[in-house]
Design a protein around this ligand. Structure first.
Ligand SMILES: [Zn+2]
Length: 289
């Protein structure tokens, strides 16, 4: 299954195709325009992180990976090959919904091999000014996000998602990325949001939204949950733990991932066969796409 679009930041046209991969291979990006160069979606390949999460290996870049990785995690897909012919994933409608539809179209099937989980044993907290992210031991996988923007439609929003309830698809996947109109010119001068439009982002004016309607009254915080789940996919395993974030962003999400992976006393790998049932069934793309 494939789709075409433009990159949010580069504005570059790109075609993307999702293919099945064998159990244990994880999510692998493949640059078909660079002789099929492969980049694994793991923490050690994380590069520049500011307004989006980018991966780099041997100088080859794959940018804005978070929405597709979020869709994979939310759907329980552990293994897939993602082919693209340019440096940035397509932004499509700004949410994970088109990726969910694409993955569904490709077909998914249950994996025979038991999945290994990363179970949090001790808490880890990262603070930076008034930004915060922490991860704690828990039975399933849940996230809580708080944001606070001085805007009449946002203000303080908190959203909690228990991924074991299977509500990612209805509650999170459709939430779109957003930006403030008054910041757009400065961002474009920095080489950002060259592909942004009212078709792929909620654009906030001083008083409201340039392109209504919103998909949820609290679509903004839901999109932050979407981004967080996508960035945490760089752990390379489904998490058994509770994540709490307050005004964090891609840089803090990925900092949590790399600090967690560096300290093996914070977590253990488990197949959970003799404990609680898996939060999300382990799925892979069907072999015939
Ligand atoms: Zn996003």
């Amino acid at each position: 299954m494939e789709c075409a679009g433009v990159g949010l930041h580069s504005g570059a046209p790109v075609c993307l195709r999702i293919l099945p991969a064998s159990a244990g291979s994880g999510i692998i990006f493949r640059r078909v325009d660079l002789d099929g160069f492969e980049l694994e979606a793991t923490s050690r390949n994380v590069a520049r992180v500011s307004y989006a999460t980018s991966l780099m290996k041997k100088g080859v870049l794959i940018s804005t990976t978070e929405h597709l990785l979020s869709a994979f995690m939310g759907m329980g897909i552990d293994n897939a090959i993602v082919e693209l012919d340019n440096l940035e994933l397509p932004i499509l409608d700004g949410s994970a919904q088109p990726f969910v539809d694409l993955i569904r179209g490709a077909g998914i099937r249950k994996q025979r091999r038991p999945r290994t989980y990363l179970r949090i044993r001790r808490e880890l907290e990262v603070r930076e000014g008034n930004k915060f992210i922490g991860i704690y031991p828990a039975d399933g996988y849940s996230v809580e996000y708080s944001i606070n923007f001085p805007h009449p439609l946002i203000g303080k929003e908190i959203f909690t998602l228990d991924l074991s309830q299977g509500n990612y698809l209805t509650e999170i996947a459709p939430a779109r990325t957003f930006g403030f109109l008054h910041e757009a010119d400065a961002m474009r001068k920095q080489g950002l949001i060259r592909g942004a439009s009212t078709e792929n982002a909620v654009v906030l004016t001083a008083e409201g939204v340039l392109n209504p309607p919103l998909r949820f009254a609290d679509e903004f915080v839901r999109h932050k949950v979407l981004d967080l789940i996508g960035d945490l996919a760089l752990l390379g395993k489904q998490i058994v733990g509770n994540v709490v974030a307050d005004r964090a962003g891609h840089a803090m999400h990925t900092a949590l991932v790399s600090r967690l992976l560096r300290d093996h006393t914070l977590w253990e790998e488990t197949t959970m066969e003799d404990s609680v049932p898996p939060a999300i069934p382990s799925m892979q793309l069907a072999q015939r796409v």
